[in-house]
Design a protein around this ligand. Structure first.
Ligand code: BG6
Length: 608
C-alpha cells in the first residue's frame, strides 16, 4: 500500500515530509519522492532506495526551500519500481504535482483521450493521468480543476496536489483510500495514516469519501462530494509517536509481541463493568441479535485466522451457525446473506481492499455489519453499521501480532456479551469465563518471560524445507496463524493441517526428520492429538508440541515441548499463539530476514 503526506505552514516543508515518509515505509515500500513548492516553482526529489537516501541527497530537506509540499512512499501496482514511476507526478508544463495512494481503474481510457489531445506520458503509472487532467481542466481556479478532474476518475484514490500558480495552497481529496487531515494554528498536514503526522499535531479530521480539503498555513476548508463546505469533527489522537517507534526493541515485531498483554487489557477492560460486558459504542442490541439466524465472519490473512477462532467460540456460546470466510472468496461467491445475517468484518488496518469489498457486498445483501478494526476512522470502520475498535495502538510490523490477539480478545467479549443477551449460556458460566479472560494478560506475560527458551528452540531447527502445524478445533485455528507467521517472516514453507485429516493423503509427506508442530492446548481433544503425534512419530517426524502445563502424556511422545499456562479451553488460542510468534521471530532473525518489512508484503493491501 502506498503512503502520502502533505504539509502547508510557516515552517520549511521538506524535513517534515521526509520524517512523515519514514513513518509510512512500513505500509509497503519500493520508492519515494517529495515535491516542495515556492514562488520559484517546484523542487522534486525521488529515489528507489530508502528514505534515508532522500535525506542524504537533500541534506535532510534543507536544499529544498518552501513551506508547502507533498510526499509519497510507493508500493508498486502499475509499473515497476523506478525513478520515473515514483511519485510525485506532474503535467507537461510542471504546473501541477500529485501524489496518490489507490488505483485509477479507468486510467487506460483517460490516457488514450489525453494522448489524442497531445499529452506525452513519462511513466507507466495509472497516477500520471491525474496531473494531465488537472492541466486540462485548469483555467485559473485550482479547486475547480481538482473537482473536474476527480469527477473523471474511477477507482480509489487519496490525493495530495500542489499548483505552481498557488504556492500557499495544498489540496487533498479521497475516495476509498484513507486520508487524514491534521490541523494546528499555524500549519495543516495530510497523511495516509496518523503515524505520519501525530508528531506534529494530535488534532485530526477523518475525511469522508468525496471530500476535498483546501488548506493554507492558517486555514482549512472541506468541501463534500456535492461541492458544499462541510464541518468535519476534529478528533484527538490518544497515543503519541513513541507508540509508533521501536522503544528499545530491535524490531517492531518483538515490541508488538511484548505489547500484547497491555493491548489485550486495553481492549477488554474498558468494556467490562461490574463483571458484565457492556458495548455502549454499538447500536446492536438484544432485539437486533434475535433477528439473526447465522453469522458470517469475513477477513484476510491473520484477521481471517482470528475469525476462525471466533467461529468456534461464538458457535459454542450462541449455538447458531457461524462461517469464517476469506474476504477475496466471499466477495465473489454471491454469498447467502440477508437481513437475518450478522456479518462480522475483521481488519487491523481497516483498509484492506478485499475486506472492504466483502463488507460492501454484505451490505448490498441486506446483512447487518459489525467490524472489528484497529485504526480509528478507517474506511471499513466508517462503512460498517457498527464498529468495535481493538485498542492495540499503532501496529507497524507487517506481520501482525497484537492486532491478531486483540481481535480474538474482542471476539471473546462479543461472544460472552451476545450469549448473555440471548440467554444461550448459563450466567454463572459467563461470569467465570469473563473472570478467566481477565487473567490472560498476566498469563501471556509468563510466556513472554520464556522467550529465551523459544530462541534456543529456534536455534535447534535444522530441517527447513517444509514444516507442518497440526491441531484440532481451536488448536487448528491457531495452527493456521502459527504457520503464516513462520512463512511470512522467515520465508520457510509450512502448512497448517487439521490433525484428523492428515491421514487422508498429506501424511505421505511425513518422513524422517520432517518437523511437525503439534498444537495440543485444547484439552477436550488432547487424547486425539496424542494419537496424531504417535502417527507422525511412527513415520519419522520430529515432533515439537505446545500444550497446557500438566499434559505429561504429550511430553513422553514429543521430541520437544513447550508448556503454556493453564486456562479455559476457549481461551487457549490467546496463549498458544504467543510461543509461535516468538519462535517465528527468532527463526527469521537467524535466517537474516527483514523481520518488520518481509519481502513482497505490505502492512495492508489496499488493492485487489
Ligand atoms: C496482510 C498483512 O497484508 O493483510 C497481514 O500482512 C494481515 O498481517 C492481512 O493479517 C489483513 O490485513 P488487515 O489490515 O485487514 O487485518
Amino acid at each position: 500500500m502506498c503512503g502520502i503526506v502533505g504539509f502547508v505552514g510557516k515552517k520549511p516543508a521538506a524535513g517534515l515530509l521526509l520524517d512523515g515518509l519514514e513513518k509510512l515505509e512500513y505500509r509497503g515500500y519500493d520508492s519515494a519522492g517529495i515535491c516542495v513548492g515556492s514562488n520559484n516553482g517546484f523542487q522534486i526529489e525521488k529515489t528507489t532506495e530508502r528514505i534515508q537516501t532522500l535525506k542524504n541527497s537533500t541534506h535532510n530537506g534543507e536544499y529544498l526551500v518552501g513551506s508547502v509540499g507533498i510526499g509519497h512512499t510507493r508500493w508498486a501496482t502499475h509499473g515497476a519500481p523506478s525513478y520515473y514511476n515514483a511519485h510525485p507526478h506532474t503535467d507537461m508544463d510542471g504546473r501541477f504535482a500529485v501524489v496518490h495512494n489507490g488505483i485509477i481503474e479507468n486510467y487506460l481510457s483517460l490516457a488514450k483521450e489525453l494522448k489524442r489531445e497531445g499529452v506525452t506520458f513519462v511513466s507507466e503509472t495509472d497516477t500520471e493521468v491525474i496531473p494531465h487532467l488537472l492541466a486540462k481542466y485548469y483555467h485559473g481556479d485550482f479547486l475547480e480543476a481538482v473537482q473536474k478532474t476527480v469527477a473523471r476518475l474511477e477507482g480509489s484514490y487519496a490525493l495530495a496536489i500542489l499548483c505552481r500558480d498557488d504556492p500557499d495552497t495544498l489540496i487533498a481529496t479521497r475516495r476509498f483510500s484513507p486520508l487524514i487531515l491534521g490541523v494546528s494554528s499555524d500549519a495543516n498536514y495530510i497523511a495516509s495514516d496518523v503515524t505520519a503526522l501525530v508528531n506534529h499535531t494530535k488534532d485530526v479530521l477523518y475525511m469522508e469519501d468525496g471530500d476535498i480539503a483546501v488548506m493554507t498555513a492558517d486555514s482549512h476548508t472541506v468541501y463534500d462530494k456535492l461541492g458544499q463546505p462541510v464541518e468535519r469533527p476534529i478528533s484527538r489522537v490518544t497515543w503519541d509517536i513513541a507508540a509508533a517507534e521501536k522503544g528499545g526493541y530491535d524490531h517492531f515485531m518483538m515490541k508488538e509481541i511484548n505489547e500484547q498483554p497491555k493491548a489485550i487489557e486495553q481492549t477488554i477492560e474498558c468494556r467490562i463493568k461490574e463483571r458484565h460486558v457492556e458495548f455502549d459504542e454499538i447500536a446492536l442490541d438484544r432485539k437486533k441479535l434475535e433477528q439473526f439466524n447465522k453469522i458470517q465472519i469475513v477477513a484476510c490473512g491473520s484477521a481471517y485466522h482470528a475469525g476462525v477462532v471466533g467461529k468456534y467460540v461464538i458457535e459454542e456460546l450462541l449455538r447458531i451457525p457461524v462461517e469464517a470466510d476469506i474476504a477475496s472468496e466471499y466477495r465473489y461467491r454471491d454469498p447467502l446473506a440477508d437481513e437475518h445475517t450478522l456479518v462480522i468484518i475483521i481488519s487491523q488496518s481497516g483498509e484492506t481492499a478485499d475486506t472492504l469489498a466483502a463488507l460492501q457486498e454484505a451490505k448490498r445483501k441486506g446483512a447487518y455489519t459489525l467490524s472489528i478494526v484497529n485504526v480509528v476512522g478507517s474506511s471499513i470502520a466508517k462503512a460498517s453499521d457498527d464498529v468495535l475498535y481493538t485498542w492495540a495502538g499503532p501496529e507497524i510490523a507487517v506481520a501482525t501480532t497484537k492486532g491478531y490477539s486483540t481481535q480474538i480478545a474482542l471476539l471473546y467479549l462479543f461472544a460472552i456479551w451476545a450469549a448473555r443477551q440471548l440467554g444461550t449460556a448459563d450466567r454463572h458460566e459467563l461470569h467465570q469465563l469473563l473472570a478467566e479472560l481477565r487473567t490472560i494478560p498476566e498469563k501471556i506475560d509468563r510466556i513472554l518471560d520464556q522467550a529465551d527458551t523459544l530462541k534456543e528452540m529456534a536455534k535447534r531447527l535444522t530441517r527447513t524445507d517444509s514444516l507442518f502445524f497440526i491441531g484440532r478445533n481451536l488448536d487448528y485455528a491457531v495452527a493456521m496463524e502459527a504457520s503464516l507467521k513462520l512463512k511470512e517472516i522467515s520465508y520457510i514453507h509450512s502448512e497448517a493441517y487439521a490433525a484428523g485429516e492428515l491421514k487422508h493423503g498429506t501424511i505421505s509427506l511425513i518422513e524422517k526428520g520432517r518437523v511437525v508442530f503439534a498444537l495440543s492446548g485444547y484439552e477436550k481433544l488432547a487424547d486425539k492429538l496424542l494419537s496424531n503425534i504417535k502417527e507422525v512419530k511412527s513415520r519419522g517426524a520430529t515432533v515439537i508440541t505446545v500444550t497446557q502445563e500438566g499434559n505429561m502424556l504429550a511430553a513422553k511422545e514429543s521430541d520437544d515441548i513447550f508448556y503454556i499456562p493453564r486456562t479455559h479451553s476457549l481461551f487457549v488460542p490467546l496463549l498458544e499463539v504467543i510461543p509461535f510468534q516468538i519462535y517465528a521471530y527468532y527463526v527469521a532473525l537467524f535466517n537474516g530476514c527483514d523481520i518488520d518489512k518481509p519481502r513482497n508484503l505490505a502492512k495492508s493491501v489496499t488493492v485487489e
